[in-house]
Design a binder for this molecule. Structure first.
Ligand code: ADP
Length: 479
């Protein structure tokens, strides 16, 4: 089985969120299952620096519309995973993150930048490819790669089948109608059964319509996106394809996120030596300028500061929460109003609340290790990785019952298998009540240990999910 895995980011080189982690970990786990995988990503500066010797192996040309000729360079990760880099410096050699410039604004030519990535994926999956490796399936991820199934459908010579994984339905890649020709798509693709979506050209809609199979990153999210409330305008289409839509829960990288070996944290520990976690809490308090208090529960938050993540609910209840009393550390970046609200909170209550705005991999690890509990009150959460890291680090998560959070966290009410705290309504009162329950449980050390150990015993690796993907690939190719 040969799989071309296509993504717009890949950890550790280029990562803005969970997609980057998945693009690194799932292909590696698939290889361990005997699947022959190559990962196709844009040749961003960080990747070119990491792999200066990457050789050009092909030059796709005549790609249509305003898509430029480009190179494909080949590199290998330390573990031997082949990386194919789409090389066109005017598109990818830019400051900022993959999607936006240093000022936080989306690049105006993102349709061409990710259209090219999609088009090259389709080129590799068609009989015009000059490469000597031909994928059975092009596995796309999110809107940035969403036109690959569309090109495979509309252009001659397609050989490969396609799978699209939805990591977040909220991001659909919608552009003006005029981009249709720029992307080299035929006029008849502008259709409700093509790439048109509410008057825009939608990369994701095109993907969902034209791929052979759709997956998403948790079983609950697979159900939720078929409802009008959570379907982000695409529920009808997803319901039409319900027989070709599977939810496969993400795994986590058990080596990178292992409290027993984590090089980022002050003291390593495992489920049998949980007392050592206290040193990580003290180190985190020191690093973040909080009072060194062992008698207060320390809550952690890491993530994008956005409405999706429900982090406005936390600022709304912050006063009551900190009056428990408790301490809170926050690491994240995102919407300016959220950043301001958290900064103000930290200024008002500096002994109890510490906030770091930015992206900091090491600090994310230290919060997972040093916090007593972890907050994820997401309004919706396709899978979520941080709650799984929290489980692994013996830091029980407090989550809203949605998507992957609902599929991974079991409420402490079930003493046998409970590993965290789950609440239903996306409102401040429900969140506060869940935190109250968690704080009460934290004050009962025996009960708390049990929760921690239940979480640490969860099977969270990529082996299970990779097997599910491998089986799905077989099924698609056989169909
Ligand atoms: P999403 O992909 O929706 O942002 P996930 O929970 O699936 O959310 O994945 C987020 C990933 O990004 C996790 O690996 C998390 O640790 C990381 N992350 C998010 N924000 C930050 C940050 N400010 N600093 C470090 N890591 C972060």
């Amino acid at each position: 089985m040969k799989i071309l895995f296509v993504a717009s980011e890949i950890a550790p080189w280029v990562k803005t969120g969970g997609l980057g982690d998945v693009a690194a970990a799932l292909p590696a786990a698939l290889r361990a299952e005997g699947v022959d995988v190559r990962v196709l990503v844009p040749a961003y500066p960080a990747l070119k620096q990491a792999f200066p010797d990457a050789c050009e192996i092909a030059r796709p040309h005549w790609l249509g519309g305003q898509l430029p000729n480009c190179g494909i360079r080949e590199a290998h990760t330390d573990d031997g995973l082949p990386l194919w880099l789409v090389d066109f410096p005017p598109f990818y050699d830019r400051a900022g993150n993959p999607y936006s410039g240093p000022q936080g604004l989306d690049w105006p030519d993102n349709h061409l930048r990710f259209g090219l990535l999609s088009r090259v994926a389709a080129w590799i999956g068609s009989d015009v490819s000059t490469l000597d490796w031909h994928p059975d399936i092009v596995h796309c991820n999110d809107w940035q790669t969403g036109l690959a199934p569309v090109y495979l459908r509309y252009l001659p010579g397609a050989v490969a089948k396609s799978v699209v994984t939805v990591h977040n339905l909220a991001f659909q890649g919608r552009f003006a109608r005029s981009t249709l020709a720029e992307l080299g798509l035929p006029a008849h693709a502008w259709h409700v059964n093509g790439v048109e979506s509410y008057g825009y050209l939608s990369f994701l809609k095109g993907a969902l319509k034209h791929c052979d199979w759709i997956t998403t990153v948790s079983p609950s999210y697979a159900r939720e996106i078929q409802t009008d409330v959570e379907g982000m305008g695409l529920a009808g289409l997803l319901r039409q394809r319900t027989g070709e839509l599977t939810g496969i829960l993400n795994g986590i990288d058990l080596d990178a996120w292992n409290p027993a070996t984590d090089p980022f944290i002050a003291r390593n520990y495992d489920a049998a030596h949980l007392a050592a976690k206290a040193a990580d809490k003290a180190a985190l308090q020191l690093e973040m300028g909080l009072e060194d208090r062992t008698d207060l529960p320390l809550l952690g938050i890491v993530g994008r500061l956005t409405h999706q993540k429900g982090l406005d609910l936390v600022t709304e209840i912050a006063e009551s929460l900190l009056a428990f009393p408790a301490q809170i550390v926050v690491l994240g970046s995102g919407e300016k109003t959220f950043e301001v609200a958290y900064r103000e909170l930290a200024q008002r209550l500096p002994d109890q609340c510490a906030v770091r705005i930015g992206f900091d991999e090491g600090l994310a690890h230290r919060i997972e290790a040093g916090a007593d509990m972890f907050l994820m009150p997401s309004r919706f959460e396709p899978c979520g990785l941080n709650q799984m890291y929290s489980l692994r680090y013996g830091t029980p998560p407090i989550v809203r019952a949605t998507g992957g959070l609902a599929d991974t966290v079991t409420d402490a009410i079930d003493e046998k298998i409970g590993n965290g705290f789950v609440f239903a309504a996306a409102n401040p009162a429900a969140l506060l009540a869940a935190i109250q329950r968690a704080v009460d449980a934290w004050h009962e050390p025996k009960r708390w240990r049990r929760l921690q150990k239940n979480g640490m015993a969860c099977n969270l690796g990529w082996t299970g999910p990779a097997r599910q993907y491998a089986e799905l690939y077989e099924q698609i190719v056989d169909a």
